[in-house]
Structure formats: C-alpha cells, structure tokens
Design a binder for this molecule. Structure first.
Ligand code: F6P
Length: 319
C-alpha cells in the first residue's frame, strides 16, 4: 500500500482535525502518501483530493470543525454515487481510505466495501457518542463541556428569577449528551430517548424544589415526548407550570477540542492507519476500557450502545 486518503463526513465534531492530523502523520511515518478528500463523500464523488503532509496539518490540532469540510451526501448513498467515487479513487491511485464520522458515514463505508472491496477503516467522529464499539466518540467530551458551560450560565439567571428552564441538547436518538450534562449540571430532571419520560415525576420535583425556585430540566432532542418546546407546552397545559426554553443547538458542535478529544482523536487516527496496513477493513477503530477495539461497521449502528446505568441512578438520587 502506497497511497491512502482521509475524509470527514456527517455532522462535524471537535477533534476531527486532530484525527486527520494523526492519519496524515502516521501515514508519512510508515512511508505512505496521504491525500485529504474535501467535503466528505460528496467530495469523493467529485474527486476533490488534496495532498496532505506534515506542514498542512500543522496548527490544526486545537481547531474545531474540520479543515477537510464535510457533507451528508445523498448521492453516495446510491450505488451510482459510490461507483463514481471508486473511479475517482482508482484514477488517483488511492488504495485505501480512512473515514471519520458517525453511523451515516459507516453505512456508506460498509456499502463501498461490499460493492467494490475497497479497503476502508472508520474512526468514530460524532458529538452524539451513539456508536457501538467505542466508549467515547471524538467530539463528545468537547460537546458536553460546551453544554455544561452554557447551562451553568443559564442556572445563574434561573436562580435569580426562580424560573423553570427546559434546556434541549443534541444527540439525535441517543441520550448520552443529556445524561452526562444533566448529572454534571445538577439538573432536577433529565429526559432521554432511552427511558420513559414521566412528567408527573417532573412535576413533583418542581413542587418539591419549591414554587418559584430554580429548576433545570435537560431534554435530549430525541426524547419520545418531543422536544423542549413540546415539553414546555405540556407542562403548562397539564400542570399550569410556566417555563423558559433554551435550545443549545449547534454551539455543541463547535469549539476547540478538549484534551480528551485531542488524545482520543490522535490515538484512533494512528490506529486506523495501522489497521489498514495490517489488512483490516470494513471496521471502525474504537477504544473500550482504554484498549483498541475493531468493530465491524454494521455492528456500530445495529447494536445499541446502552446508557451507563449508574448515570440514571445518580440522576435520581442526587436531585
Ligand atoms: O449527529 C450529530 C448531530 O449534531 C445530532 O446531534 C443532530 O441531531 C444532527 O447532527 C444535526 O444535524 P445537522 O447539523 O445536519 O442539522
């Protein structure tokens, strides 16, 4: 193997640049030529390759976003799109790929392997932490710290006014962000998709907390009762409780990665290249209990990573 490429795909996540940097420098370390694909799978279809070496990856380890840009390519989800991508890869003499992203990225990667037997290894890059096969995904630690910083500020005003705040965090169909953030911010109630949200308990907690006292409620965006706005309406209609809604939104995806994310991204980038050189393909490289683990792409989205039970217990005991 002489030439590999790296791309970032799906929702960006802090630490993707550190991951790209590690892939490039590891490739060079082992004597490979490394290309970057601009714009994720959409860029792959168009053959947007750039040469990457140590100078191009200098001073990016602390940068949020992704210098390679990203996309959610519908075209790549079709066989025709993947065929076009393979032709571009072959024309450029690229023999293997590292793809950093979430489940959508890995679905595309798996299809590319199945149809064209093109060697491809994934690194988990998503703030959602919803991939089976790794304790943490790249970007998650930064996102939860961003949330905590914002919620601490909301708490100040909630406390001063004695208000109920319903704060929505990202996570798509998974409650990892909501759970960690809720516990770390001392929330009175946490609603996540993985557990049944009981608004009677929430109402009780608001009452126990005392009328006109600050109450912080964290809602994971995929909760079965709906989003923060819907929960706020329900509280009003069912219990006559007024609340303020804050949707943290895309600030969760930006910012300089934390040390944990930089180290995780660096390690997984190094291991992804080593995996390709060792003939591995169709797998995500993850870290479980500090050990490197290779999980078949299909399992990363088909097997559900459970929420850590102790967090659910903590959130109940520590209200
Ligand atoms: O997967 C990362 C994520 O930020 C989810 O938490 C969120 O549901 C989604 O992406 C938002 O995607 P977009 O930025 O494309 O609207």
């Amino acid at each position: 193997m002489k030439r590999i490429a790296v791309l970032t795909s799906g929702g960006d996540a802090p630490g993707m640049n550190a991951n790209v940097r590690a892939v490039v420098r590891t490739g060079r370390h082992f004597g490979l030529e490394v290309f970057g694909v601009i714009g994720g799978y959409a860029g792959l279809i168009e053959g947007k390759f750039i040469t990457l070496d140590t100078p191009q990856t200098a001073n990016i380890i602390a940068k949020g976003g992704t210098i390679l840009k990203t996309s959610r390519s519908k075209e790549f989800m079709q066989p025709g799109g993947r065929m076009a991508a393979i032709n571009k890869l072959k024309n450029a003499g690229i023999e293997a790929l590292v793809a950093c992203g979430g489940d959508g990225t890995f679905r595309g990667a798996h299809a590319l392997w199945l149809e064209h037997k093109f060697p491809i290894v994934g690194t988990p890059g998503t703030i959602d932490n919803d991939l089976f096969g790794t304790d943490y995904t790249i970007g998650y630690d930064t996102a939860i710290n961003t949330c905590a910083e914002a919620i601490d500020k909301i708490r100040d005003t909630a406390e001063s006014h004695g208000r109920v705040f319903i704060i929505e965090v990202m996570g798509r169909h998974a409650g990892f962000i909501a759970m960690d953030v809720g516990v770390s911010c001392g929330a009175e109630f946490i609603a996540v998709p993985e557990t049944v949200t009981n608004t009677d308990i929430l109402y009780q907690r608001i009452l126990e907390n005392g009328k006109n006292k600050r109450t912080i409620v964290i809602v994971g965006e995929g909760d079965e009762l709906g989003d923060a706005q819907q929960l706020s309406l329900l509280l009003k209609e069912k219990y006559d409780i007024s609340s303020h809604v804050t949707i943290l939104g895309h600030i969760q995806r930006g910012g300089s990665p934390t040390v944990r994310d930089r180290v995780l991204a660096s390690r997984l980038g190094v291991e992804a290249v080593k995996a390709l050189l060792n003939g591995k393909t169709d797998v995500m490289v993850g870290e479980i209990n500090h050990q490197i683990v290779y999980t078949p792409f299909e399992e990363t989205w088909m097997r559900r990573k459970p929420l850590r039970e102790y967090l659910i217990e903590l959130s109940d005991i520590l209200v």
